[in-house]
Design a binder for this molecule. Structure first.
Ligand SMILES: [Zn+2]
Length: 88
């Protein structure tokens, strides 16, 4: 095989590689946005009452004084609101 043909092959291979990998590399931003809505659910949050780690997606959320708290159960949520002097 001549060096020119090798070069052409290499260029074709490069173009094919770019076509295959290009679209994926173009979307780091949208992938990041998706991770905010879906992947973040798997982050473990500490329950401030019983100190259990709960997956964010399954946790019971409570907004309290501008902060969001995550609880393993409504029982813990109730305990927290009672101890912190009720909801705003
Ligand atoms: Zn708890």
């Amino acid at each position: 095989m001549s060096p020119v043909r090798l070069f052409i092959l290499a260029v074709l291979f490069y173009i094919a590689w770019r076509l295959f990998n290009g679209p994926r590399n173009k979307k780091p931003k949208s992938r990041h946005d998706q991770s905010k809505s879906s992947e973040v659910k798997d982050i473990l949050m500490e329950d401030p009452v019983c100190h259990t780690l709960v997956p964010k997606g399954q946790a019971i959320r409570l907004r309290h004084k501008g902060k969001t708290y995550y609880f393993c159960s409504e029982k813990c949520c109730d305990t927290f609101t009672r101890e912190s002097g009720g909801q705003e």
